[in-house]
Design a protein around this ligand. Structure first.
Ligand code: ADP
Ligand code: F6P
Length: 319
């Protein structure tokens, strides 16, 4: 393999830069030329491609976002769009491609693999919504960002004797809400994977208030009802003043944690190793603290199992 490409696709995630750096440096170390493709599959279609050298990935390991930029490409979902992309790959002599993104990006990589381009996927998304891997790059940083906000909200919440609903990201996955909720001592964690009852939440708030609790944190994963309406209902039913904070895209930015940088560095190097071995249509994951690689289709068919035990623990520890 003489030349490989690397791109980031879908929602960005802290740690993507560390992964790009690892891909570029490992490839150059092994005498492979690396082309950086800008703005995901859009850049591939449009030929937004530049050669990366050792210094083009200098001073980025600690930065959030992605120096290659990212995008969602509708055109790439069409056969015509993918034909254009394949043509560009041929023109630039790119034989292998590392795709850093989520499940959608992996589906695109699988299609390219079927057309003879060797592709390897690295899981980069804050949502941690992929069943085949214990962790995705960016999740740990997002949880820590949310945790920092919980601590700040807790201060003001306790001063006023209020309840606070904190809405976090996760698309269809409750992991950010769950793990930041456990670490932040939340009273309730509302996730898409489990039914919830506002009355149960209210009961807990009243019990807490009666035993002198000064504040209550309710974590709410996005997409499950309207945070403001739930807040109003809680306020009406309990008489406890309730505020809502929607954290939004702040969760996607910021300097990656050590965990995410290490994970990204290892996965980036592994992607190059797999391409050198001639592997294609595979994704890298981490299972029980060991890097694994798996066929893309097989990986995407693995259902994400929600960690009920941890959810139960948040309930027990917040009685
Ligand atoms: P993520 O990778 O974070 O899940 P998306 O689902 O938005 O993000 O996917 C990123 C991009 O991957 C899409 O904009 C599209 O270009 C490409 N993609 C997604 N699904 C497919 C598909 N079935 N076939 C080809 N390309 C796809
Ligand atoms: O990166 C995943 C994610 O953060 C989801 O949790 C969220 O629903 C979505 O991206 C929002 O992304 P955007 O605003 O870029 O469409």
């Amino acid at each position: 393999m003489k030349t490989i490409g690397v791109l980031t696709s879908g929602g960005d995630a802290p740690g993507m830069n560390a992964a790009i750096r690892a891909v570029v440096r490992s490839a150059i170390y092994n005498n492979i030329k690396v082309m950086g493709i800008e703005r995901g599959y859009n850049g591939l279609i449009n030929g937004d491609i530049r050669e990366m050298d050792l210094s083009s990935v200098g001073d980025i390991i600690h930065r959030g976002g992605t120096v290659l930029k990212t995008a969602r490409s509708e055109e790439f979902k069409t056969e015509k769009g993918r034909k254009k992309a394949l043509n560009v790959l041929k023109i630039f002599g790119i034989e292998g491609l590392v795709v850093i993104g989520g499940d959608g990006s992996f589906r695109g990589a699988e299609k390219l693999s079927q057309e003879g381009i060797k592709t390897i996927g690295i899981p980069g998304t804050i949502d941690n919504d992929l069943g085949y891997t214990d962790f995705t790059i960016g999740f740990d940083t997002a949880v820590n960002t949310v945790l920092d906000s919980i601590s700040k909200i807790r201060d003001t919440s306790a001063s006023h004797g209020r309840a606070n609903i904190i809405e976090v990201m996760g698309r269809h996955c409750g992991d950010i809400a769950l793990y930041s909720g456990l670490a932040g001592g939340a009273e309730s964690v509302i996730v898409p994977e489990e039914d919830f009852s506002v009355d149960e939440i209210c009961k807990k708030l009243i019990q807490g208030k009666n035993r002198g609790k000064l504040h209550s944190i309710i974590m709410l994963a996005e997409g499950i009802g309207n945070a403001f309406e739930i807040g109003k209902e809680i306020e009406e039913k309990t008489g406890i003043e309730t505020r809502v904070t929607i954290l939004g895209h702040v969760q996607r930015g910021g300097t990656p944690t050590a965990f995410d940088r290490i994970l990204a560095s290892k996965m980036g190097a592994k992607a190059v190793e797999l391409l050198m071995k001639g592997s294609s249509g595979r994704v890298i994951g981490i299972k029980e603290n060991k890097l694994v690689d798996m066929d893309i289709e097989e990986a995407l068919s693995i259902e994400k199992i929600f960690d009920n035990e941890t959810h139960e623990l948040t309930k027990i520890l917040s009685i």
